[in-house]
Ligand binder design. Structure first.
Ligand code: PMT
Length: 364
């Protein structure tokens, strides 16, 4: 007779944690990231400053070890990069764990835009390159904030690409931040893959589409079937679930930190319910729900006490003082921008919640 054994949640999480990190390789940059982060955290702990870990951008899932093809998760990095600026304005030191080449705080005003950055430049009478007059004011504002962050050493940029790198870095950073206690905050805006190819089922070389080159590539020591392979003309992909890292973060890696996650949905009718369900499952502090098409205009805060609060910014053309660098001629894209950056509302709300949390202790 087989007896069913109940494994408590904590033990289960511990086992998943061990298994995942034992069987998926440590990123080459882990030690370098860790050294930078340790110095940064120690410096700000001495200054008695709050530290926010802001995650941003989407993780990838490589299909081959020498990666030619990969699956990506949607996120430009706008939420994370914009929020990071407002956390800095609120006096936090920020570790910005972002997808490589996604938007960055401050440079976001000039990169990835419809303008080429050279459009912001012009020649003066002496033939020197200078900032175009119409952008001077806005660029001075951004530059002053950027210089302040540099001078005070309050912004640390660390990048990831794959979901595996993301998980390793998140765990490492969380453990380094433990001495900060309640002064540490996790703001998880990154879009993290739910499914992946575990190392033991990853093929080494580029998957061949042409039938004459089909080979079942040998698959590590385990002999497990490859997660992605050709059958006839079809590419078959069979992904494993990514372990629910939020559980591990809350229970084990950062038990004393304030943890805020985002929930992205496309169907408005399930957003609040999904956010409530995530809170119930992971027992962290706050879930911020957003919809793909309206994420710049509205978000919903769902908190552990069952509260639900919508933040909605007015639609309309953003003013120059908010965006910095919009061209004078309005375009369709421009008119679709919100009147203010919603992160300028989100972050102060979070700062207030964090202050209460530091004052009153864990309300979870
Ligand atoms: O960068 P932008 O273009 O501005 O877009 C911003 C955004 C829409 C990506 C951002 O606001 C956002 O919603 N980020 C979270 C997207 C997401 O991953 O949602 P999800 O529903 O798949 O996951 C919800 C939470 O579960 C995540 O915060 C994550 O912490 C957690 N999770 C996810 C996967 C996993 N294996 N384990 C987890 O614990």
């Amino acid at each position: 007779m087989v007896k069913e054994v109940h494994i408590p949640d904590g033990v289960q999480a511990n086992r998943i944690d061990m298994e995942y990190f034992e069987s998926n390789p440590k990123p080459a940059n882990l030690d370098a990231h860790s050294t930078l982060a340790r110095t940064f955290i120690e410096h700000h702990a001495e200054q008695n400053r709050r530290v926010a870990l802001v995650t941003s951008g989407g993780t990838t899932v490589p299909l081959e070890n020498q990666t030619v093809r990969f699956i990506d998760n949607f996120s430009a990095g706008t939420r994370g990069a914009t929020s990071a600026e407002y956390f800095l304005e609120s006096g936090y030191a920020v570790i910005f764990l972002h997808r490589q080449y996604s938007l960055l705080p401050y440079s976001r005003h000039y990169s990835h835009s419809t303008n080429c950055f050279l459009d912001y430049m012009t020649f003066n009478d002496a033939g020197m390159v200078v900032v175009n007059t119409e952008y001077q004011h806005q660029m001075a504002d951004v530059l002053a904030k950027y210089n302040k962050a540099r001078k005070e050493n309050t912004l640390l940029l660390l990048s990831f690409t794959t979901v595996n790198e993301y998980l390793w870095y998140l765990r490492e950073l969380a453990m380094l931040m433990q001495p900060l206690g309640a002064k540490s905050l996790f703001y998880l805006a990154a879009a993290v893959s739910d499914f992946f190819v575990p190392a033991e089922r990853m093929v080494e070389h580029k998957i061949q589409s042409s039938e004459e080159f089909h080979i079942r590539q040998p698959n590590g020591a385990t002999g497990q079937p490859p997660a992605a392979h050709m059958e006839g003309k079809q590419l078959l992909i069979d992904l494993d679930p990514v372990p629910k890292f939020l559980k591990m973060l809350v229970d084990r890696w950062a038990p004393q930190s304030m943890i805020i996650s985002f929930k992205l949905e496309t169907d408005p009718s399930i957003l609040a319910e999904k956010a409530r369900s995530a809170l119930k499952k992971y027992s962290h502090h706050l879930v911020i729900g957003n919809l793909l098409n309206t994420r710049k205009w509205e978000v919903v805060f769902v908190s552990a006490d069952g509260g639900e609060k919508w933040l909605r910014v007015p639609a309309g053309r953003r003013t120059k003082s908010v965006t910095g660098l919009l061209p004078d001629t309005p375009s369709t894209e421009e008119s679709r921008e919100p009147a203010v950056e919603i992160e300028s509302w989100i972050v102060p709300e979070i700062e207030t919640l964090h202050t209460e949390w530091i004052g009153h202790g864990d309300q979870r």
